[in-house]
Design a binder for this molecule. Structure first.
Ligand code: ADP
Length: 322
């Protein structure tokens, strides 16, 4: 019998609890013990540990957020603190660590292995779906659904008052969330990060819509790393085309909520696979979802930055919003 630990780090996402539950129960099933580390790498440095049992991970499969809580821990960027973390794990005779989080959290886990040979496994958990090496990250589906429901409500007002709405969705520098929300809500435009904003095209489309009696328009704006970008876009539309609009920033509403069935399923499969990878450790691996199946890949594959092909989705938005 051996002891393993699990933590959640970075931004929380719906489905993290499903992964904690599955990892824990699968480890117990194999005859091992599991320690939960509170508040990510901060809790590791403070030795904020709790024993996880089959019942302590009961009744959490439907809950958003993470029962272990999460944090951002600047100290973990420094090798001396990662060394302290490795020592704490050794003191507690913990044989390996499972990290649920985004690519930042994975960099921390991989450094812990590279510098101090701590066996690690990663589970991708972020609403942004912005990790290379996997087509899916836990929480994305739920976040898309939450945003779609919110946009549907706003469209009622956009229609009733002939109004243009700029609705800003989360996703850091990733366009995944914005594009899916745009397609699923029939948005007139999706403004993704990175590219120059095609104001003329946007202005022309809104005007054209108005001319043919269109009642209200919805533009989905990807936040692009910094919340509030929509206010600049609102001003440009006003100054350049005399188009008045309302801004709605969905914000953290998109991070919470009960995970969708898809998130529960994938998180559960990933949790079990992560536990098996760690208990039969050969090298550090990350659980992935590719071509409809859960699998494993190496950490470097997941740290190259998201290479999602968004062109097809951008084209789809263009075709459907004529
Ligand atoms: P996410 O995991 O969602 O991408 P962050 O980028 O904020 O979120 O990373 C979460 C935590 O992971 C950070 O607060 C830090 O403790 C750790 N981390 C991030 N990048 C590194 C790195 N390059 N080296 C070591 N630890 C890191």
């Amino acid at each position: 019998m051996a002891k393993y630990a699990i933590l959640t780090s970075g931004g929380d996402s719906p489905g993290m609890n499903c992964a904690i539950r599955a990892f824990t129960r699968s480890m117990l099933y194999q005859g091992h013990k599991v320690v939960g580390i509170k508040r990510g790498y901060s809790g590791l440095l403070n030795k904020d540990f709790v024993n996880l049992t089959a019942s302590s991970v009961g009744n959490i499969i439907q809950r958003g957020g993470t029962i272990l809580q999460s944090s951002r821990c600047l100290k973990f960027h420094e090798k001396k603190f990662r060394k302290a973390a490795a020592q704490k794990l050794e003191e507690e005779k913990i044989k390996g660590l499972c990290v649920i989080g985004g690519d930042g959290s994975f960099k921390g886990a991989y450094a812990l292995y590279n510098d101090f040979k701590v066996p690690v496994v990663g589970i991708p958990g972020t609403i942004d779906n912005d990790i290379s090496g996997t087509e899916y990250t836990i929480g994305h589906d739920t976040a898309v659904q939450t945003a779609v429901e919110a946009v549907d409500k706003i469209r009622d007002t956009a229609f009733s008052h002939d109004r243009v709405f700029l609705i800003e969705v989360m996703g850091r520098n990733s366009s995944s969330l914005a594009l899916k929300v745009g397609i699923c809500t029939g948005a007139e435009n999706v403004i993704v990060p990175g590219n120059e904003i095609p104001y003329q095209e946007i202005g022309d489309k809104i005007k054209k819509g108005e001319e043919r009696g269109k009642k209200g328009s919805i533009l989905i704006v990807a936040e692009g790393g910094k919340e509030g970008r929509s206010y600049n876009i609102q001003k440009e539309l006003q100054d350049r085309f005399n188009i008045q609009s309302k801004v709605c920033i969905l914000g953290h509403i998109q991070r919470g909520g009960s995970p969708s069935a898809m998130d529960r399923l994938i998180a559960t499969e990933m949790g079990v696979l992560a536990s098996q990878s760690l208990s039969h450790f050969k090298e550090p691996m990350v659980t992935t979802y590719t071509a409809g199946e859960v699998g494993l890949t190496s950490f470097p594959q997941c740290l190259t930055g998201r290479s999602e092909n968004i062109e097809a989705q951008i084209e789809l938005t263009r075709i459907l919003s004529i």
